[in-house]
Ligand binder design. Structure first.
Ligand code: ADP
Length: 319
Protein backbone atom coordinates (compact mmCIF):
# COMPACT_ATOMS: atom_id res chain seq x y z
CA UNK A 1 0.00 0.00 0.00
CA UNK A 2 1.54 3.28 -1.12
CA UNK A 3 -1.21 5.83 -0.62
CA UNK A 4 -4.04 6.07 1.89
CA UNK A 5 -6.82 8.55 2.65
CA UNK A 6 -8.23 9.82 5.93
CA UNK A 7 -11.55 11.51 6.65
CA UNK A 8 -13.67 12.57 9.62
CA UNK A 9 -17.43 12.08 9.45
CA UNK A 10 -20.60 12.57 11.51
CA UNK A 11 -20.52 14.69 14.67
CA UNK A 12 -17.11 16.10 15.56
CA UNK A 13 -15.40 15.25 18.82
CA UNK A 14 -12.34 16.55 20.68
CA UNK A 15 -9.36 14.36 19.85
CA UNK A 16 -10.22 13.82 16.20
CA UNK A 17 -7.27 16.05 15.28
CA UNK A 18 -4.93 13.97 17.43
CA UNK A 19 -6.17 10.88 15.57
CA UNK A 20 -5.60 12.53 12.16
CA UNK A 21 -2.10 13.49 13.27
CA UNK A 22 -1.31 9.93 14.35
CA UNK A 23 -2.66 8.47 11.09
CA UNK A 24 -0.61 10.89 8.98
CA UNK A 25 2.63 10.60 10.96
CA UNK A 26 2.48 6.81 11.36
CA UNK A 27 1.77 6.33 7.65
CA UNK A 28 4.58 8.66 6.59
CA UNK A 29 6.88 6.91 9.09
CA UNK A 30 6.21 3.72 7.09
CA UNK A 31 6.76 5.45 3.74
CA UNK A 32 3.07 5.71 2.85
CA UNK A 33 1.54 8.88 1.38
CA UNK A 34 -1.58 10.31 3.02
CA UNK A 35 -4.40 12.26 1.43
CA UNK A 36 -6.89 14.22 3.50
CA UNK A 37 -10.50 13.97 2.37
CA UNK A 38 -12.42 17.09 3.44
CA UNK A 39 -16.02 17.21 4.75
CA UNK A 40 -16.37 13.48 5.24
CA UNK A 41 -18.16 11.44 2.59
CA UNK A 42 -19.41 14.65 0.92
CA UNK A 43 -15.81 15.54 0.08
CA UNK A 44 -15.12 11.99 -1.00
CA UNK A 45 -17.93 12.20 -3.54
CA UNK A 46 -16.95 15.66 -4.79
CA UNK A 47 -13.21 14.95 -4.79
CA UNK A 48 -12.21 17.53 -2.14
CA UNK A 49 -8.98 15.66 -1.52
CA UNK A 50 -5.49 17.04 -0.81
CA UNK A 51 -2.13 15.57 0.10
CA UNK A 52 -1.13 15.87 3.75
CA UNK A 53 2.50 16.27 4.78
CA UNK A 54 4.16 15.91 8.19
CA UNK A 55 3.73 19.66 8.69
CA UNK A 56 0.03 19.57 7.77
CA UNK A 57 -0.73 18.00 11.13
CA UNK A 58 1.65 20.11 13.23
CA UNK A 59 0.19 22.14 16.08
CA UNK A 60 -3.19 20.36 16.05
CA UNK A 61 -2.87 17.69 18.78
CA UNK A 62 -4.34 20.06 21.37
CA UNK A 63 -7.17 21.45 19.24
CA UNK A 64 -10.82 20.44 19.36
CA UNK A 65 -12.85 19.97 16.17
CA UNK A 66 -11.32 18.51 13.03
CA UNK A 67 -8.97 20.18 10.53
CA UNK A 68 -10.53 17.98 7.83
CA UNK A 69 -14.02 19.33 8.63
CA UNK A 70 -16.90 16.93 8.93
CA UNK A 71 -20.30 16.54 7.35
CA UNK A 72 -23.35 14.36 7.12
CA UNK A 73 -23.94 13.15 3.57
CA UNK A 74 -27.21 11.47 2.61
CA UNK A 75 -25.98 10.73 -0.92
CA UNK A 76 -23.31 8.39 0.40
CA UNK A 77 -26.03 6.10 1.77
CA UNK A 78 -26.99 5.27 -1.83
CA UNK A 79 -25.10 2.79 -4.06
CA UNK A 80 -24.63 5.59 -6.63
CA UNK A 81 -23.04 7.86 -4.01
CA UNK A 82 -20.77 5.07 -2.83
CA UNK A 83 -19.72 4.35 -6.43
CA UNK A 84 -18.78 8.02 -6.89
CA UNK A 85 -16.64 7.70 -3.74
CA UNK A 86 -14.93 4.57 -5.03
CA UNK A 87 -14.27 6.31 -8.38
CA UNK A 88 -12.65 9.29 -6.62
CA UNK A 89 -10.42 7.02 -4.55
CA UNK A 90 -9.31 5.24 -7.72
CA UNK A 91 -8.74 8.56 -9.50
CA UNK A 92 -6.43 9.72 -6.69
CA UNK A 93 -4.73 6.32 -6.44
CA UNK A 94 -5.84 5.91 -2.82
CA UNK A 95 -5.62 2.24 -1.86
CA UNK A 96 -6.86 2.31 1.73
CA UNK A 97 -8.96 4.55 3.93
CA UNK A 98 -9.17 5.55 7.59
CA UNK A 99 -12.58 6.83 8.70
CA UNK A 100 -12.85 8.66 12.03
CA UNK A 101 -16.44 8.94 13.25
CA UNK A 102 -19.37 7.14 14.79
CA UNK A 103 -21.22 3.99 13.82
CA UNK A 104 -23.05 5.73 10.94
CA UNK A 105 -19.66 6.59 9.48
CA UNK A 106 -18.54 2.99 9.99
CA UNK A 107 -21.50 1.78 7.91
CA UNK A 108 -20.21 3.96 5.08
CA UNK A 109 -16.69 2.55 5.54
CA UNK A 110 -18.10 -0.97 5.54
CA UNK A 111 -19.74 -0.29 2.16
CA UNK A 112 -16.38 0.82 0.76
CA UNK A 113 -14.67 -2.28 2.17
CA UNK A 114 -17.32 -4.43 0.46
CA UNK A 115 -16.35 -2.74 -2.82
CA UNK A 116 -12.70 -3.67 -2.36
CA UNK A 117 -11.35 -0.55 -0.63
CA UNK A 118 -9.66 -1.58 2.64
CA UNK A 119 -11.14 0.69 5.28
CA UNK A 120 -10.50 1.01 9.02
CA UNK A 121 -12.79 2.90 11.40
CA UNK A 122 -11.65 4.87 14.45
CA UNK A 123 -14.40 5.61 17.00
CA UNK A 124 -14.65 9.38 17.41
CA UNK A 125 -17.76 10.66 19.20
CA UNK A 126 -18.50 12.22 22.56
CA UNK A 127 -21.47 9.87 23.01
CA UNK A 128 -19.48 6.72 23.85
CA UNK A 129 -22.21 4.78 22.08
CA UNK A 130 -20.19 2.34 19.99
CA UNK A 131 -20.05 -1.39 20.65
CA UNK A 132 -16.57 -2.92 20.48
CA UNK A 133 -14.76 -0.24 22.44
CA UNK A 134 -14.97 0.79 26.08
CA UNK A 135 -14.25 4.41 25.16
CA UNK A 136 -14.61 6.58 22.10
CA UNK A 137 -12.35 9.52 21.32
CA UNK A 138 -13.90 12.69 22.76
CA UNK A 139 -15.92 11.10 25.54
CA UNK A 140 -13.44 11.94 28.27
CA UNK A 141 -13.14 15.58 27.17
CA UNK A 142 -16.92 16.01 26.95
CA UNK A 143 -17.29 14.40 30.35
CA UNK A 144 -14.84 16.86 31.87
CA UNK A 145 -16.64 19.76 30.19
CA UNK A 146 -19.94 18.57 31.67
CA UNK A 147 -18.43 18.17 35.13
CA UNK A 148 -16.97 21.66 35.05
CA UNK A 149 -20.38 23.05 34.07
CA UNK A 150 -22.24 21.08 36.75
CA UNK A 151 -19.76 22.20 39.42
CA UNK A 152 -20.56 25.79 38.53
CA UNK A 153 -24.29 25.17 38.49
CA UNK A 154 -23.97 23.44 41.85
CA UNK A 155 -22.57 26.64 43.38
CA UNK A 156 -25.62 28.62 42.35
CA UNK A 157 -27.97 25.74 43.18
CA UNK A 158 -26.60 25.80 46.74
CA UNK A 159 -26.77 29.59 47.07
CA UNK A 160 -30.35 29.82 45.84
CA UNK A 161 -31.55 26.52 47.29
CA UNK A 162 -32.89 25.41 43.93
CA UNK A 163 -33.41 22.18 42.08
CA UNK A 164 -31.41 22.00 38.87
CA UNK A 165 -32.14 19.81 35.88
CA UNK A 166 -29.14 19.54 33.56
CA UNK A 167 -29.58 17.98 30.13
CA UNK A 168 -26.47 16.47 28.60
CA UNK A 169 -25.78 14.94 25.18
CA UNK A 170 -25.24 11.26 24.34
CA UNK A 171 -27.82 10.52 21.63
CA UNK A 172 -29.33 7.15 22.58
CA UNK A 173 -26.63 6.37 25.14
CA UNK A 174 -26.64 7.35 28.81
CA UNK A 175 -22.88 7.12 29.36
CA UNK A 176 -22.18 10.84 29.48
CA UNK A 177 -25.06 11.41 31.93
CA UNK A 178 -24.13 8.44 34.10
CA UNK A 179 -20.42 9.25 34.35
CA UNK A 180 -21.05 12.97 34.87
CA UNK A 181 -23.80 12.29 37.39
CA UNK A 182 -21.63 9.89 39.34
CA UNK A 183 -18.60 12.19 39.21
CA UNK A 184 -20.70 15.12 40.34
CA UNK A 185 -22.76 13.44 43.01
CA UNK A 186 -26.07 14.12 41.28
CA UNK A 187 -29.16 13.11 43.25
CA UNK A 188 -30.83 11.65 40.17
CA UNK A 189 -29.47 10.44 36.84
CA UNK A 190 -31.90 9.77 34.01
CA UNK A 191 -30.64 7.60 31.16
CA UNK A 192 -32.46 6.16 28.12
CA UNK A 193 -31.42 2.61 29.03
CA UNK A 194 -33.45 2.64 32.25
CA UNK A 195 -37.15 3.38 32.47
CA UNK A 196 -37.44 5.69 35.47
CA UNK A 197 -40.81 6.33 37.06
CA UNK A 198 -41.19 10.11 37.29
CA UNK A 199 -43.38 9.70 40.39
CA UNK A 200 -40.57 7.88 42.18
CA UNK A 201 -38.16 10.69 41.31
CA UNK A 202 -40.63 13.29 42.55
CA UNK A 203 -41.20 11.39 45.80
CA UNK A 204 -37.45 11.18 46.38
CA UNK A 205 -37.02 14.90 45.76
CA UNK A 206 -39.83 15.70 48.22
CA UNK A 207 -38.37 13.31 50.79
CA UNK A 208 -34.96 14.96 50.43
CA UNK A 209 -36.51 18.41 50.81
CA UNK A 210 -38.44 17.36 53.94
CA UNK A 211 -35.19 15.99 55.36
CA UNK A 212 -33.69 19.48 54.97
CA UNK A 213 -31.89 19.08 51.65
CA UNK A 214 -31.48 22.56 50.23
CA UNK A 215 -30.81 21.78 46.58
CA UNK A 216 -30.80 18.92 44.09
CA UNK A 217 -28.99 18.16 40.85
CA UNK A 218 -30.74 15.99 38.28
CA UNK A 219 -28.71 14.96 35.24
CA UNK A 220 -30.79 13.95 32.22
CA UNK A 221 -29.36 12.28 29.12
CA UNK A 222 -30.89 13.79 25.98
CA UNK A 223 -32.08 10.32 25.00
CA UNK A 224 -34.07 10.01 28.24
CA UNK A 225 -36.29 12.99 27.55
CA UNK A 226 -36.37 16.77 27.38
CA UNK A 227 -34.75 18.50 30.34
CA UNK A 228 -37.19 21.38 29.92
CA UNK A 229 -40.24 19.11 30.17
CA UNK A 230 -38.80 17.21 33.13
CA UNK A 231 -38.01 20.50 34.89
CA UNK A 232 -41.59 21.72 34.35
CA UNK A 233 -43.04 18.51 35.75
CA UNK A 234 -40.82 18.68 38.83
CA UNK A 235 -41.72 22.31 39.47
CA UNK A 236 -45.45 21.56 39.13
CA UNK A 237 -45.50 18.45 41.24
CA UNK A 238 -43.10 19.43 44.02
CA UNK A 239 -43.37 23.21 44.20
CA UNK A 240 -39.58 23.25 44.50
CA UNK A 241 -38.00 26.14 42.61
CA UNK A 242 -36.58 24.38 39.57
CA UNK A 243 -34.24 25.59 36.82
CA UNK A 244 -33.17 23.82 33.65
CA UNK A 245 -29.84 24.04 31.82
CA UNK A 246 -29.38 22.36 28.46
CA UNK A 247 -25.62 22.17 28.02
CA UNK A 248 -25.77 21.67 24.23
CA UNK A 249 -22.84 22.02 21.88
CA UNK A 250 -20.43 23.32 24.50
CA UNK A 251 -19.94 19.59 25.14
CA UNK A 252 -18.53 18.95 21.68
CA UNK A 253 -15.74 21.53 21.71
CA UNK A 254 -12.58 22.33 23.57
CA UNK A 255 -9.05 21.09 23.86
CA UNK A 256 -8.96 17.29 24.25
CA UNK A 257 -7.91 15.82 27.59
CA UNK A 258 -4.68 13.83 27.89
CA UNK A 259 -6.79 10.67 27.96
CA UNK A 260 -8.39 11.49 24.59
CA UNK A 261 -5.13 12.60 22.99
CA UNK A 262 -3.37 9.39 24.01
CA UNK A 263 -6.28 7.18 22.95
CA UNK A 264 -6.50 9.00 19.60
CA UNK A 265 -2.75 8.62 19.03
CA UNK A 266 -2.81 4.90 19.83
CA UNK A 267 -5.88 4.15 17.73
CA UNK A 268 -4.65 6.29 14.82
CA UNK A 269 -1.36 4.41 14.74
CA UNK A 270 -3.11 1.04 15.04
CA UNK A 271 -5.34 1.83 12.06
CA UNK A 272 -2.25 2.23 9.88
CA UNK A 273 -0.67 -0.98 11.20
CA UNK A 274 -3.86 -2.85 10.33
CA UNK A 275 -4.04 -1.39 6.82
CA UNK A 276 -0.38 -2.23 6.17
CA UNK A 277 -0.96 -5.77 7.46
CA UNK A 278 -3.65 -6.25 4.82
CA UNK A 279 -6.75 -5.81 6.98
CA UNK A 280 -9.98 -4.39 5.57
CA UNK A 281 -13.36 -3.59 7.05
CA UNK A 282 -12.45 -3.29 10.74
CA UNK A 283 -12.93 -0.82 13.55
CA UNK A 284 -10.31 -0.27 16.22
CA UNK A 285 -11.03 0.28 19.89
CA UNK A 286 -9.89 -0.24 23.45
CA UNK A 287 -11.31 -2.96 25.70
CA UNK A 288 -10.04 -3.75 29.19
CA UNK A 289 -7.16 -1.36 28.47
CA UNK A 290 -5.98 -3.38 25.44
CA UNK A 291 -6.14 -2.15 21.87
CA UNK A 292 -8.52 -4.29 19.81
CA UNK A 293 -9.92 -4.56 16.29
CA UNK A 294 -13.32 -5.98 15.30
CA UNK A 295 -14.86 -6.63 11.91
CA UNK A 296 -17.39 -3.90 11.08
CA UNK A 297 -19.97 -6.62 10.59
CA UNK A 298 -19.59 -7.91 14.16
CA UNK A 299 -19.23 -4.51 15.80
CA UNK A 300 -22.20 -2.96 13.99
CA UNK A 301 -24.41 -5.93 14.82
CA UNK A 302 -23.79 -5.46 18.54
CA UNK A 303 -25.37 -2.93 20.82
CA UNK A 304 -23.53 -0.65 23.17
CA UNK A 305 -24.59 -1.29 26.76
CA UNK A 306 -24.60 1.00 29.75
CA UNK A 307 -22.43 -0.22 32.62
CA UNK A 308 -25.09 -1.66 34.93
CA UNK A 309 -22.81 -1.93 37.95
CA UNK A 310 -21.95 1.71 37.65
CA UNK A 311 -25.61 2.66 37.34
CA UNK A 312 -26.37 0.65 40.47
CA UNK A 313 -23.50 2.35 42.29
CA UNK A 314 -24.81 5.79 41.33
CA UNK A 315 -28.13 4.85 42.94
CA UNK A 316 -26.47 3.57 46.09
CA UNK A 317 -24.36 6.71 46.50
CA UNK A 318 -27.23 9.13 46.00
CA UNK A 319 -29.64 7.86 48.65
P1 ADP B 1 -21.96 9.11 13.15
O1 ADP B 1 -20.86 8.60 12.29
O2 ADP B 1 -21.48 10.09 14.16
O3 ADP B 1 -22.79 7.98 13.73
P2 ADP B 1 -24.07 9.65 11.19
O4 ADP B 1 -24.92 8.52 11.62
O5 ADP B 1 -24.71 10.95 10.87
O6 ADP B 1 -22.93 10.00 12.23
O7 ADP B 1 -23.28 9.15 9.89
C1 ADP B 1 -22.32 9.99 9.26
C2 ADP B 1 -22.33 9.76 7.78
O8 ADP B 1 -21.98 8.40 7.48
C3 ADP B 1 -23.69 9.94 7.09
O9 ADP B 1 -24.02 11.29 6.83
C4 ADP B 1 -23.47 9.17 5.81
O10 ADP B 1 -22.72 9.91 4.88
C5 ADP B 1 -22.62 7.97 6.29
N1 ADP B 1 -23.51 6.83 6.56
C6 ADP B 1 -24.33 6.64 7.62
N2 ADP B 1 -25.03 5.50 7.50
C7 ADP B 1 -24.68 4.95 6.32
C8 ADP B 1 -25.05 3.75 5.61
N3 ADP B 1 -25.96 2.92 6.08
N4 ADP B 1 -24.44 3.53 4.41
C9 ADP B 1 -23.52 4.38 3.92
N5 ADP B 1 -23.14 5.51 4.53
C10 ADP B 1 -23.68 5.80 5.72
Amino acid sequence: MKRIGVLTSGGDSPGMNAAIRAVVRKAIFHGVEVYGIYQGYAGLISGDIKKLELGSVGDIIHRGGTILYTARCEEFKTPEGQQKGVDQLKKFGIEGLVVIGGDGSFKGAQKLAEQGIPAIGIPGTIDNDIAGTDYTIGFDTALNTVIEAIDKIRDTATSHERTYVIEVMGRDAGDLALWAGLADGAETIMVPEVDEDMDVIIKRLKRGHDRGKKHSIIVVAEGAGSGVDIGKEIQQKTDLETRVTVLGHIQRGGSPTAQDRVLASRLGALSIELLLDGNAGKMVGIENNELVAHNFEDALAKEHYLDEKMYKLSKELSI
